[in-house]
Write a protein that binds this ligand. Structure first.
Ligand SMILES: [Mg+2]
Ligand SMILES: [Zn+2]
Length: 184
């Protein structure tokens, strides 16, 4: 069974600009490509799991979100990396869905559809809700502390990651057992 890295998108792979609706808003964060390549070299499937409540809020359409995903994929591919699957939650809190992180629904759906192993898989994100979703899905967790949400604390134990990393490359090093570069 293939292990997977369940990756948050905004603030983890691309800069978090808040409800991006246009491909021109896509800018990869430093070391995103390098981190994804390292995970791939170690056999991880790369799966994006993203909250996109801007869709429920009427700020963008599902098609807009998919175009943004397409641009992420295009830029990654230019750099020699590639995401295997994109999952997104279009809801907001009051919709009470099972897929909006901190719920594990997107990860569970990916596991169901692709048969990924939980053992050895990992959730990576820049906010406590990403970590909570990973814990709820019983996978390892890594928090990226390089972005605007670095100071966001967790309300509960489940939001505290197994490892804090400065960026996706540092995360990938820890996950694959290489050099560890902890966030200061
Ligand atoms: Mg994020
Ligand atoms: Zn949802």
């Amino acid at each position: 069974m293939t292990r997977a890295a369940f990756l948050d998108r905004d603030g983890t792979i691309m800069a978090d600009v808040g409800y991006p609706s246009d491909p021109r808003q896509v800018h990869l964060v430093p070391n995103a490509i390098e981190g994804l390549k390292l995970l791939r070299e170690h056999g991880y499937a790369l799966v994006v799991v993203s909250n996109q409540s801007g869709i429920a809020r009427g700020m963008l359409t599902l098609q807009d979100a998919q175009r943004v995903n397409d641009e992420v994929q295009r830029l990654l591919t230019q750099g020699g990396a590639h995401v295997d699957a994109f999952y997104l939650c279009p809801h907001r809190d009051r919709d009470g869905c099972d897929c909006r992180k901190p719920k594990p629904g997107l990860i569970e759906q990916a596991i169901r559809e692709h048969g990924y192993a939980r053992e050895g898989s990992v959730a990576i994100g820049d906010r406590p809700r990403d970590i909570e979703a990973g814990r709820a899905a019983r996978v390892k967790t890594v928090r990226i502390l390089g972005g605007p949400y670095a100071g966001e604390g967790s309300n509960n134990e489940a939001g505290i990651a197994d490892y804090d990393a400065v960026d996706l490359l540092a995360a990938a090093h820890w996950i694959t057992g290489g050099v560890q570069r902890a966030a200061s």
